[in-house]
Design a protein around this ligand. Structure first.
Ligand SMILES: [Zn+2]
Ligand SMILES: [Zn+2]
Length: 470
């Protein structure tokens, strides 16, 4: 009877295929219900909301035209770079091929880029100024490119698109700045920023002095939709190392103290803690070390976890709760625990600058794109980026540009395929123009620059990012 029950297919919930209750080597596919409901919500919101940028004094039309032409002139090369990086994915800190390719493009346009830069072998730095540039009177805008890939799935985050767009934007703007076209004054700095995935290359560069010369920093990221401003969570990396006492697990178990028990209790404790956290907090852990063999009481076990939250303050508070859970688990198992935070620097949430976002949206509309306003997509669709650390140092934007279908999430093979598609090529070119035009506006329009600064101060101003969690 029992056996018969076990073989009877369950009645599946909506979205699930029928499955036997018996052990099955194939995992159950997740239900799409949550995704479908979020998509329907976004569509309803879109019918009633659209982004309304504040009116500003535009730069002379001729300058936008020139930027557009300069980007179009590079189209073939930018597309070639996009595909070259896509074919040669390189993980964090090892992006030698990508960095050299960016360097060569800058040199071919008469610029003098540096690599290594700011202590990182694969970081790139280039500067261009208008004639008579005066740092006391004129502004500096930073344009960023990322280019690292993911283990196993290559450019599943589409950083090859970021690389091409940032590069195209900077070189287009450099042409105008060098000759002071239309009386344009200011400076543009290009930062090739390695090691975003799982690391915080931008934070390392900032600690080595990068970005200090800039008044604003801009970059884009590919996505499944054009979005003016999406939530990005702050993230810390925690490693808890539990230390027990080894013993023969059969003959002398009473002489042991089991570090794996503590790690498992900690893992479960984090699961229970989730009941009391808002949906914008994220806790996800692995157990990279849990013992050598079953006959030895585990002497050492490790739990590694990412702790994420929507605001720096809540990230700090959540970190304290997590640390208490680690201590409590150790106490229950009678083992020691050492909690190590931020082996690679913590990343803060992205604080998006409103007036700069307005200019990005207007520039994208010129290219036939219409980025969604914040709140159209669920805040639950949130990851993290080291750009957050810059956005708490200086005003910045990190808008999203669509290269894939609605169902295609970041960090998947499907997104990696999209990052080498014709849609990615268009996004790189449209994005290059959008960043260049936003940078032009920021350098050209004093009132805009003032509004950018005021917006930044109203959201809390500059934060001591390096020591925020000390
Ligand atoms: Zn990513
Ligand atoms: Zn990414």
């Amino acid at each position: 009877m029992l056996n018969h029950m076990a073989m009877t297919p369950d009645t599946p919930p909506p979205g699930f295929p029928a499955r036997n209750a018996a052990p099955d080597p194939v995992p159950a596919p997740p239900s799409r219900a949550y995704l479908d409901i979020m998509a329907a919500q976004s569509r309803r919101l879109l019918e009633t909301s659209s982004y309304v940028p504040a009116e500003r004094e535009d730069a002379p039309e001729e300058l936008y035209d020139r930027l557009e032409r300069a980007v179009e002139d590079q189209r073939e090369e930018l597309v070639d770079i996009l595909h070259d990086l896509h074919r040669h994915p390189e993980e964090a800190f090892r992006e030698v091929h990508a960095a050299d390719r960016l360097l060569a493009h800058l040199e071919a346009r008469g610029l003098v880029p540096q690599r290594p830069a700011f202590g990182l072998e694969t970081a790139v730095h280039a500067v261009v100024e208008s004639p008579g540039f005066d740092p006391g009177r004129h502004r500096t805008v930073a344009v960023l490119s990322e280019y690292d890939a993911l283990p196993g799935i290559g450019h599943g985050c589409g950083h090859n698109v970021i690389a091409a767009a940032g590069l195209g934007a900077f070189t287009a703007l450099a042409g105008l700045l060098r000759e002071g076209a239309g009386g344009l004054e200011g400076r543009a700095v290009y930062y090739g920023t390695p090691a975003e995935e799982g690391e915080a290359g931008k934070e390392l560069m900032a600690r080595a002095g990068a970005f200090a010369e800039a008044d604003a920093a801009i970059m884009l990221h590919p996505y499944f939709a054009d979005v003016a401003d999406q939530a990005w969570l702050g993230r810390r990396v925690m490693r808890a190392v539990f230390s027990g006492v080894a013993a023969h697990a059969s003959s002398h178990p009473f002489m042991g103290r089991n570090a794996l028990d503590a790690a498992v209790l900690a893992y479960q404790g984090v699961g229970l803690l989730r009941q009391q956290t808002p949906p914008t907090d994220r806790l996800h852990a692995i157990l990279p070390e849990g013992g050598e063999r079953p006959s030895i009481i585990t002497e050492s076990a490790t739990l590694k976890m990412y702790v994420r939250s929507r605001d720096p303050e809540t990230l700090k508070a959540l970190s304290a709760r997590v640390e208490e859970v680690m201590g409590g688990a150790a106490l229950m198992a009678g083992v020691g625990v050492e909690v190590r935070w931020d082996e690679s620097p913590a990343t803060l949430p992205v604080r998006t600058n409103g007036p700069l976002t307005d200019r990005w949206v207007l520039a994208q509309r010129r290219r036939g794109r219409d980025p969604l306003p914040r709140g159209t997509l669920s805040e639950a669709l949130a990851a993290s980026t080291d750009f957050g650390n810059l956005s708490f140092r200086l005003p910045g934007i990190h808008p999203l540009i669509g290269i894939a279908g609605e169902d295609v999430a970041l960090h998947t093979r499907e997104f990696a395929a999209a990052a080498g598609s014709p849609a990615a090529e268009s996004a790189a070119v449209d994005g290059a123009y959008g960043l260049a035009a936003t940078a032009l506006d920021f350098l050209h329009d004093d009132a805009l620059a003032e509004a950018v600064r005021t917006d930044f101060e109203e959201r809390g101003g500059a934060v001591d990012v390096e020591h925020y969690f000390d």
